[in-house]
Write a protein that binds this ligand. Sequence first.
Ligand SMILES: [Cu+2]
Length: 473
Amino acid sequence: MVKMSQVKLASLLAISLVLCSNSNADNIRGEEIAILTDAPEVPPPITRKHATKVKVELETKEVKLRLADGVDYTFWTFGGKVPGKFIRIREGDLVEFTLHNHPSSKLPHNIDLHAVTGQGGGAEGSFTAPGHSSTFSFKALNPGLYVYHCATAPVGMHIANGMYGLIMVEPKEGLPKVDREFYVLQSEFYTKGKYGAPGLQPFSMTKAVEENADYVVFNGSVGSLTGDNAMKAKVGETIRIFVGNGGPNLVSSFHVIGEIFDKVYVEGGSLINKNVQTTLVPAGGSAIVDFKVDTASTLVLVDHSIFRAFNKGALGMLKVEGEHNTDIYSGKTKDGIYLPEGGVIQEIGQSAPKQKKAVTLEEKIAGGKRIYQTSCFACHQSDGQGLNGAFPPVAKSDYLNKDKKRAISAVIHGLEGPIKVNGKDYDSIMPAQMLSDEDAANVLTYIYSMWGNSKKVVTPAEVKAVRASGKVK
Ligand SMILES: [Cu+2]
């Protein structure tokens, strides 16, 4: 009997020795503290070739922050901001996770990481009362980009108030290198007042249950990625966006206007799709999109459920600076009046053929009206009244009436970023209008003459001067 079991023990030892040496890469070696970042920053790629013990410390905190201009919200956060901190680890790592709940919190919180295999994704092991800390650990078995969120009852309310973020478990071999990486997470907010209603807005449980979102945003607020907050890149660079959707309810049709995803890691997993226009990001799901930027432009990130982009805030920008590669995109080369009966298309910079030159102010205004009806009316509307939240009014517009040069610049160079018109905020894009100096002068003279505006007259020489001087804001 004794002999038998000794033999068994010896052979078991031998087997386990072999196993150990074979799976060396899976052995936990060393220890490190995870680098955590706020959106749109991403921690650096992992260059380690072995698994390690990673310590992650995250703090839940309830904070009042901006949701939109003039609108505040009491967010419940992982790390003080929405979305929560980005966590980056490697497949095979052993993660020691500590959740601190700030003493000022009114509620207990916990964390369910979709990267965790185990009870509640860590929810049970991390349930933490205000002013307490909890620690649990997990082994990162599967590579991929995962959402994490609070799962304390009522779960929907904790998520709706901003408790979500992303954790990237890099595959053992790592991800292909790119020039720039960004963190963008979509989510929606349900407020007592409707979109734009000012002041501190409380959460509306009724609207959340009805899935009737007032705000659909990237990175926690309207305008978090537009104007001065836009992400930046240079022509020729490769870009990666780690896209998440915190929900709590809506599915995102994630799209970048003016770009095609060269690669999509579908649903944040290992399957790679190529040449994709719009990728679906489920609530509580993700996608990784890679693309190269080939020409200078402002790329616009949207949820292609498009009213969310233009009316609820789901709009971001990536400014690509550098050369305009006209082989790839020419810009508008021709523009003219369309005359079905044998009309001619006019080149930019030329005046319309057959039309005799406008001399009197009345003729100039009449010419300007024709241009308004073809080039401006679609956005600024027939009576110049604009469209609430999307296109500012040019009727009785203080922005227009105050500064002629600025108005000329908007027309010929385009306008983007936050502006205030008659006390209301707009943060959108007006594309540059391809008009000759004379046509630009006439259309502005027309709108100045209409709808209670200041009756200023704009001359082609003034347009020419602004064309030469560049953007005026
Ligand atoms: Cu919570």
